[in-house]
Ligand binder design. Structure first.
Ligand code: NAD
Length: 294
């Protein structure tokens, strides 16, 4: 049993904290949102009135926060409050520059740290089946291993500090761009009189195969579990996809790499979410592509 603090008890951090409780760990937590605090407390998390209070006795501090700005501000509060040597594990999806800064600040206060963004969404967080993309020194990654094993089914050590964020960002750039082109293909096929099922049967067994086709297919029917079958509810919100694509654009600009297709995907998701601000799975981009046809 370890003493683990979870700071940021929202859609992801809440169920992750609950799974740590269920695995027998002593879990403390903090979130400024009363609803998040209540849900975590009901799951057995000892909720504290501030972040520093929550980490005071922790051996491991997990942060699961919206942006790099939140992560750095929270690190500045928590690093001096946590016991010497407590391991910091940031599972948020944030920009690479902030991830590097978080590692630097942790090291300066004697805390080992890893960036460990996740894939698998809210469903994976609740089921304990997340995939972690981890960046950090080997000793810190090894120390994080047993905790991450409770929360997920797979951990990939991507490299040194911030490598996990780089991998996550690249993965989601591929995912966003591939969803746009898969949705365009289904709309084109519809226009040319091809049944969606026929296109699916070909794509899913041919070289066009990808996750946007065979797991998250943007048309109802071929993949019964895809969000398209339930009016795009559940799944991975288009707004979160836009956030991740913007992180990729920013990193590409900073690195001087031209990611033209990735940038175009960002533009499409920005247009779509501005026109239709409902929270929908990102495969709902197909409704925007259909809408644009004359
Ligand atoms: P969320 O908005 O549900 O949760 C974030 C929580 O952080 C909120 O409860 C908020 O009150 C809390 N918070 C804000 N400021 C805080 C502070 N100073 N101290 C403590 N808590 C604070 O978001 P989420 O869906 O849980 O996402 C969290 C992170 O996980 C994001 O970086 C997101 O990009 C990433 N992510 C989300 C998903 C998903 O499907 N939701 C999937 C993969 C990765």
């Amino acid at each position: 049993m370890s003493r683990i603090a979870v700071v940021g008890l929202g859609n992801m951090g809440g169920p992750m904290a609950a799974n740590l409780v269920a695995a027998g760990h002593e879990v403390t937590g903090y979130d400024p949102a009363p609803a998040a605090r209540d849900t975590a407390a009901a799951a057995g998390v000892t909720v504290h009135p501030t972040g520093p209070d929550a980490v005071r006795d922790a051996e491991v501090v997990i942060t699961m926060l919206p942006t790099g700005g939140h992560v750095l501000a929270v690190h500045d509060e928590l690093l001096p409050a946590a016991p010497d040597g407590a391991l910091f594990v940031d599972c948020s999806t944030i920009d690479v520059a902030s991830a590097r800064a978080a590692h630097t600040r942790a090291a300066a206060t004697g805390h080992p740290s890893v960036d460990a963004p996740v894939s698998g969404g809210v469903v994976g967080a609740a089921a304990g089946t997340l995939t972690f993309m981890v960046g950090g020194e080997q000793a810190a990654v090894d120390a994080a291993g047993p905790v991450l094993a409770v929360l997920g089914k797979r951990t990939v050590h991507c490299g040194g500090p911030s490598a996990g964020q780089v991998a996550k960002m690249c993965n989601n750039m591929v995912l966003g761009a591939s969803m746009v082109v898969v949705a365009e293909a289904f709309v084109l096929a519809e226009r040319l009189g091809l049944e969606p099922q026929a296109l699916y049967d070909v794509l899913s067994t041919s070289s066009g195969r990808c996750w946007a086709v065979d797991t998250n297919c943007p048309v109802p029917g071929p993949v019964p579990t895809s969000p398209a079958n339930r009016d795009f509810t559940g799944g991975f919100a288009a707004q979160l996809m836009l956030k991740d694509l913007r992180l990729a654009d920013a990193a590409a600009a900073e690195a001087g790499v031209d990611t033209a297709v990735g940038r175009r995907a960002t533009e499409r998701y920005a247009e779509f979410t501005a026109r239709d601000p409902r929270t929908q799975d990102f495969s709902a981009i197909i409704t925007d592509i259909r809408r644009e046809q004359s």
